[in-house]
Design a protein around this ligand. Structure first.
Ligand code: F6P
Length: 373
């Protein structure tokens, strides 16, 4: 019996999404004779039943293109803004899955998408996910596609910032995406030879950073590149957030918990991504002129790297095999050069952070990079 497959892309877009859609689509059609449709704009398109046919025409010429031909959104099935109200749209989504006679829904996304997909799997839908995000922070997979492209863009930026920092004898602080994880800033910082790398996993001390810049200056290098992850925190901010989290977890009073949760969120928003403050403080502490560059969404744009095209294609074709074999409720995870199915309940609610003994951190320290600790 012919299988009917739906695909959606959800969360922030990532280079390699189209390569993955093509990989899934071509293998499903060519190898297994399945029929594929795409839902537009993530879970919202599934809720609104907005469909794009995926066939040899629509799957052609997309291997190398950026973004996602299906569009994306950060909508969650159980918490969607509809008519100005936040509503649980799970029932509508489950209904649409059945109305379209789907045998399986493939969700391409990061940590949030894995959680949303698991929510639908618990409602009885056949779900398979692929791990994508430039942040590389999805648990239980060696890698996520999109990371390599973003890494290349960030390294290119650091290379370019070096010559201008050198010419003007300046500190250039470069803010790199990655959400709560430091993979992108660390990888780009080591590859680009940043003098300071600050990541969320290692709270930093401003004076230690300033001292390392001053030491460079005294040794005849009056310029420095500071690669900072958007989620990096000073020691003070880290401790404040930790305390607020403990307080929130300790209370059993429902109202108080909501209040403390809001306070924690506000504190978190205030403390993270404070790179303008970092640049100004470093200027004050070192007496060197400083500038801030925020790479922002540039890191997610454009054509995927060769490594991401390869990874996304392999995950996509493996996904077609998983569908054929009925391996539902799993993420197609990267394990060396192979893929393995990982049950969604093992993926959700976890972040893959940089471990303190990671090889990239050891190398950074050994080449003399300041990590702010
Ligand atoms: O998760 C990918 C990511 O690019 C993060 O690195 C970043 O924090 C976030 O998305 C930005 O989200 P948005 O595109 O919604 O502003």
């Amino acid at each position: 019996m012919k299988k009917y497959i739906g695909i959606l892309t959800s969360g922030g877009d990532t280079p390699g999404l189209n390569s993955a859609i093509r990989g899934i689509g071509k293998a499903c059609i060519n190898k297994y004779g399945m029929q594929i449709v795409g839902f537009l704009d993530g879970f919202r398109g599934l809720m609104e039943n907005r469909i794009m046919p995926l066939n040899s025409n629509t799957l052609s010429g997309i291997l190398t293109t950026g973004g996602t031909i299906l569009g994306t959104s950060r909508d969650k099935p159980y918490k969607m803004m509809v008519g100005g109200k936040i509503m649980d749209m799970t029932d509508v989504i489950v209904d649409n899955y059945h109305k379209n006679h789907l045998d399986c829904l493939i969700c391409l996304g990061g940590g949030g998408t894995q959680k949303n997909a698991y929510h639908l799997a618990k409602r009885g839908l056949n779900i398979i996910t692929l791990p994508k995000t430039i942040d590389n922070d999805v648990a239980m997979t060696d890698r996520t596609f999109g990371f390599d492209t973003a890494l290349g863009i960030a390294v290119d930026a650091i290379d370019r910032l070096h010559s201008t920092a050198h010419s003007h004898h300046r500190i250039i602080v470069v803010e790199i995406m990655g959400h709560r994880a430091g993979w992108l800033a660390l990888g780009a910082g080591v590859s680009g030879g940043a003098d300071v790398i600050l990541i969320p996993e290692i709270p930093y001390d401003l004076n230690i950073v300033a001292d390392s810049i001053m030491n460079r200056s005294r040794s005849g290098k009056p310029f420095s590149i500071v690669a900072v992850a958007e989620g990096a925190l000073t020691h003070e901010a880290y401790n404040k957030i930790k305390k607020a989290k403990k307080e929130m977890q300790a209370t059993d009073d429902k109202k108080q918990k909501i209040k403390l949760k809001k306070h924690l969120k506000a504190l978190d928003n205030k403390c993270t991504g404070n790179t303008a403050f970092l640049a100004k403080e470093l200027e004050k502490l070192t007496g060197l002129e400083s500038r801030l560059t925020i790479l922002g969404h540039l890191q997610r744009g454009g054509s995927p790297s060769a490594a991401d095209r390869l990874l996304a294609t392999c995950l996509g074709t493996a996904c077609a095999d998983y569908i054929h074999e009925g391996k539902y409720g799993n993420m197609v995870a990267v394990n060396g050069d192979e893929t393995i199915p990982v049950p969604l309940e093992k993926v959700i609610g976890k972040l893959k952070l940089v471990p303190p003994d990671h090889a990239w951190l050891r190398s950074a320290r050994e080449v003399g990079t300041c990590l702010g600790d």
